[in-house]
Design a protein around this ligand. Structure first.
Ligand code: ADP
Ligand code: MG
Length: 347
């Protein structure tokens, strides 16, 4: 913030100048991308693969707060959350388009920061930036990304494929994004009250990174494929474990049972949650934005991944008549709700 750089207004470059400026840094990686930025539409050619397409719109004030979100991270996140949806279909992400609506307060340098994050994510997940749209907005910033991926038709994983007795698995750890978000909200209030107070983020870097710069778990679906495991159902965790499991159960016509002591938490999540009087379990069930994968596997596949680091086995699918429940080590069973505990609702 302190550095003095002369900012270039977007008006100076103009819309076409800005698009050329964006395009300068674009490198195409896939032979299937026949034409990227520069014509009325991009041209793609896939062989016998099926194509998956997904879009997410991020709106300032609703999905992100520029007071604590670096633009670079926002650009990265906009790509990552879309790649995460492609990955949740067990497909390989290939191309993205990025559409921006910006108010007059945005400079070319600000756009460059957003695109720095976009390019970093495109590199990391191996996707081509093939187009988008650029327009102005009266207030606030909006970023819409569309991601395209491909998969062998037999490999695509739907929400509807889980069967009774399938094992429920999750990647990574849960609840950290929600705890990170609460941490930033809390420090923002402190800062508003007294701008001289420095935020207390030491030792909390992981929690912040989880909300500001989430990772799409492309590595997880690659590992599953390497081990010959085809999930029966899969989703990425954007709204919270509860809500995602309910989707899988409804679409698969099953019930489910999970166990609280099997849910993966990091110690720093639990410590920070305690400090803020947040129940880590509720952060995992209802917090959301972890962008981990929840998937089910046939019991026959369990042996293949039982020792795989970073995968937790948290329960199993049941007959629909058994309902959807979490069994705690102590106390009564908790029925899974899409948005229980209003105190933990993010919006
Ligand atoms: P049109 O008038 O047909 O919408 P544009 O001038 O908006 O065309 O876009 C020209 C080219 O630049 C297209 O290939 C479009 O996909 C691409 N493009 C526009 N805005 C962006 C952006 N923000 N990021 C990436 N590509 C963009
Ligand atoms: Mg356009």
């Amino acid at each position: 913030m302190a550095e003095k750089v002369k900012l270039t207004s977007i008006a100076e470059l103009g819309e076409f100048g800005l698009i050329d400026h964006i395009n300068e840094k674009v490198k195409i990686k896939h032979k299937e991308t026949i034409k990227g930025i520069g014509d009325d539409a991009a041209v793609l050619q896939f062989d016998k693969q099926q194509t998956v397409i997904t879009t997410d719109l991020l709106v300032e004030g609703i999905h992100f707060d520029l007071m604590y979100t670096p633009l670079r991270h926002l650009g990265y996140k906009a790509i990552a959350v879309n790649v995460s949806d492609v990955v949740a279909m067990n497909a390989t992400p290939k191309q993205v388009t990025v559409s921006l609506a910006m108010s007059g307060k945005f400079s070319v340098q600000a756009v460059d920061q957003i695109y720095e994050g976009i390019h970093a994510a495109c590199e990391e997940y191996g996707v081509d930036l093939i187009g988008g749209d650029t327009t102005s907005s009266v207030t606030g910033l909006m970023i819409s990304v569309t991601a395209i991926g491909t998969a062998d038709p037999k490999k695509i994983v739907y929400r509807s494929g889980a069967r009774e007795n399938d094992i429920i698995c999750v990647s990574g750890d849960l609840g950290s994004a929600y705890v990170g978000l609460q941490l930033m909200e809390r420090e923002k209030e402190v800062f508003k009250a007294n701008p001289n107070v420095q935020p207390q983020f030491q030792g909390k870097e992981y929690l912040l990174s989880r909300i500001l710069k989430p990772t799409a778990r492309l590595d997880v679906i690659k590992k599953l494929a390497e081990n010959g495991v085809q999930p029966t159902a899969m989703m990425d965790i954007s709204d919270g474990l509860s809500s995602e499991l309910i989707h899988i159960c409804r679409q698969s016509d099953t019930g489910c049972r999970i166990y609280d002591d099997k849910i993966p938490f990091r110690q720093d999540t639990v410590t920070a949650a305690d400090e803020m009087n947040i129940e880590p379990l509720m952060a995992a069930l209802n917090g959301g934005e972890d962008y981990e994968l929840v998937f089910t596997i046939s019991p026959d596949d369990y042996e293949k991944i039982k020792d795989q680091e970073g995968i937790s086995f948290i329960g199993h699918m049941t007959n629909k008549s058994k309902g959807m429940y979490l069994t705690p080590q102590h106390g009564e069973e908790i029925q899974l709700k899409a948005q229980g505990w209003t105190a933990y609702k993010s919006e």
